[in-house]
Design a protein around this ligand. Structure first.
Ligand SMILES: [Zn+2]
Length: 202
């Protein structure tokens, strides 16, 4: 059940190194964009080790959680952000809309990170074709239901989908910021803080 044109989001034909470089560029641009909005950044990408390819993990006694690219804070709010760079949002025939996706394995880790840390995890998609940045809180995006036989017949406990398969979200569920690369503007004058209300401290 993959949208055409790429594995999770669509990528132009690029070498692995080129894709990695574009991904890193997008991370840096989003971090800079956030800094200009007053956020402090703990850039996970500075600590990815020599292969530059393995994201940081939070280590617990008996498990590890993959943590998102950016850990940011401002005025009492703290948010995690996973940054993806995709060329465009492929059309999904069943969902009847354009979608972006991430591997299920990561999705599940990020939901755990939000649960354990108490801080929202956002997915930020830098999309080349429409010159936009899409932001959505992962736990509030609706994952497109798995299309494996078991799930379709109402037995999700026997799901046969591989963890490397993608989880897809409709583009319309994301908040949209439009503009040149790194210069995205919110057409509705919302701040990231307002997208990520913290629970009332009481
Ligand atoms: Zn399934």
């Amino acid at each position: 059940m993959r949208p055409r044109g790429g594995k999770y989001g669509a990528m132009k034909q690029r070498t692995f190194e080129q894709s990695l470089a574009r991904g890193r560029e997008a991370e840096v641009a989003v971090a800079e964009w956030l800094r200009r909005r007053g956020w402090g950044i703990v850039p996970g990408y500075d600590y990815t080790g020599s292969d530059g390819n393995k994201g940081p993990r939070a280590t617990f006694l008996s498990r590890k959680l993959i943590i998102p690219d950016l850990d940011i804070f401002k005025s009492g709010k703290r948010v995690w952000i996973e940054v993806k760079y995709y060329t465009y949002a492929p059309w999904n025939r069943k969902l009847d809309t354009n979608v972006h996706g991430i591997p299920r394995y990561y999705y599940e880790h990020y939901l755990e990170v939000e649960k354990e840390s108490g801080h929202p995890v956002f997915l930020a998609v830098v999309e080349e074709k429409n010159s936009r940045l899409l932001l959505g809180r992962m736990s509030q995006l609706t994952p497109y239901p798995c299309q494996c036989k078991s799930c379709c017949s109402g037995e999700p406990l026997h799901c046969t989908a591989a963890l490397r398969d993608g989880v897809y979200f409709a583009v319309g569920e994301f908040h949209q910021f439009v503009g040149e690369f790194g210069q995205w503007k919110d057409t509705r004058h919302r701040s990231l803080g307002s997208l990520a209300p913290q629970r009332n401290a009481s």
